[in-house]
Write a protein that binds this ligand. Structure first.
Ligand SMILES: [Zn+2]
Length: 395
């Protein structure tokens, strides 16, 4: 199984995340990729299992067991998400999978179909070459990473309730695919997101004194949030390898017409968390801060968080990352343990008690871009690194 051809095949199958919108038609949702993977596993006579998560959106998990050891040589989880971000605004054909100038082009090539192809190619090579120390591999391809992490949460829940897919035990280690330029991510931030509303009283704009403008109230909220954001990013505290926590307001909505005093305004708040920060506690901290700064009482309300994703802490993955970096360096490249500000599925996997790192070909700079691509030499080197790591065994 050639990693480059497989990347091209995966890019040519649209699996665009609807990003919370109600889309059931082409090219949305992951089901075509799930079907492709299921066929691929069947052709290779690899046992696989679907996990229903959402309508037309299944995780698929496969068990590659080169020695039929059922995990006696260790069980390694390899995880890659099936979805991509939308294609709106792309300047190249999104699903061409074209091979040109040493790169594979198209949506998902970098994030993360190239990484998924790398893992699949390594699994198939392990089955063929059967290195003596190779562990059993659980390959999980999950849904909805780009907008809610439902797929990985579902997989992690199945472990916690004893419903182990395909093999009745928890993996000993995990590698989550994301573009890291062949470095090893050992720490990343988590996220909490929610909506904040201000309310007022509608009135004709010719008599604004008869109303209460919800926008003016929101302006005071925004000023409080800007102050809070500046304060946390200059905090004295530190977390190894990570930049300070951050807060951003990403959307604002309200108003019916220019001649009406608005009685409602809504913003969406995105707070990035260190792995040792609790999402619910931080949510309360921000709410209290707004209240103290504005003193506007019940004219400001907050929905409960609609997204909470966990950060990845670096305290449980040191020996795993060291062994992985040694495998990378044996191929003649420099690979470093790094921290990144963006979230991945690794935080959720690690919380199940599994030492977890993030690794993959390509750079996050090319992910989600208008002309997304991945360099072929990154794909081939990533395959060699991951193969060597697996061949060395988990012990
Ligand atoms: Zn990704």
């Amino acid at each position: 199984m050639d990693v480059v051809e497989l990347t091209q095949q995966l890019v040519r199958i649209p699996s665009v995340n609807p990003m919370g919108l109600d889309h059931t038609d082409s090219p949305y949702l992951e089901w075509r990729v799930t079907e492709f993977l299921e066929q691929l596993f069947t052709q290779q006579q690899i046992p696989s299992q679907r996990q229903y998560v959402l309508p037309k959106r299944d995780n698929i998990v496969a068990l590659f067991d080169p020695h039929g050891a059922k995990g006696a040589n260790g069980l390694l989880l390899l995880e890659a998400h099936q979805d991509t971000v939308p294609v709106t605004g792309m300047t190249i054909e999104p699903f061409s999978g074209k091979n040109e100038h040493g790169k594979i082009w198209g949506r998902g090539s970098c994030d993360i179909k190239g990484g998924m192809a790398t893992m699949l190619a390594v699994c198939s090579r392990l089955m063929k070459e059967k290195p003596a120390d190779a562990p059993t591999i659980l390959m999980a391809c999950t849904i909805n990473e780009e907008n809610g992490f439902d797929g990985i949460q579902h997989l992690a829940e199945s472990w916690s309730t004893g419903q182990f897919p395909l093999l009745d035990r928890l993996p000993d280690a995990a590698i989550v695919a994301e573009p890291t330029e062949l470095n090893v991510v050992v720490a990343h931030k988590g996220t909490v997101r929610w909506k904040c509303h201000t309310t007022g009283k509608a009135a004709h704009s010719s008599s604004p004194d008869q109303g209460e403008n919800a926008f003016y109230t929101m302006a005071r909220v925004l000023t409080a949030l800007e102050k809070y954001a500046n304060r946390i990013c200059q905090s004295e505290a530190s977390y190894p390898l990570l930049t300070p926590p951050s807060l951003s307001v990403g959307t604002i909505a309200g108003g019916v017409s220019v001649n009406t005093v608005p009685d409602h305004c809504t913003i969406e708040i995105d707070r990035r968390l260190w792995p040792n920060e609790d999402a619910d506690a931080i949510y309360q901290e921000v709410i209290q801060c707004i209240q103290q700064e504005t003193n506007l009482g019940d004219r400001i309300t907050h929905d409960p968080p609609y997204l909470k994703s966990l950060g990845l802490a670096s305290d449980n993955n040191q020996s795993l990352s060291q062994r992985f970096i040694a495998a990378a360096e044996s191929t003649g490249i420099a690979s470093h343990a790094i921290g990144v500000p963006f979230g991945t599925n690794a935080g959720t996997v690690a919380t199940a008690g599994i030492p977890t790192i993030v690794f993959g070909p390509g750079s996050i700079e090319q992910a989600h871009t208008a002309d997304e691509w991945i360099a072929i030499d990154q794909l081939r080197t990533a395959e060699e690194i991951l193969f060597r790591f697996c061949a060395n065994g988990l012990k």
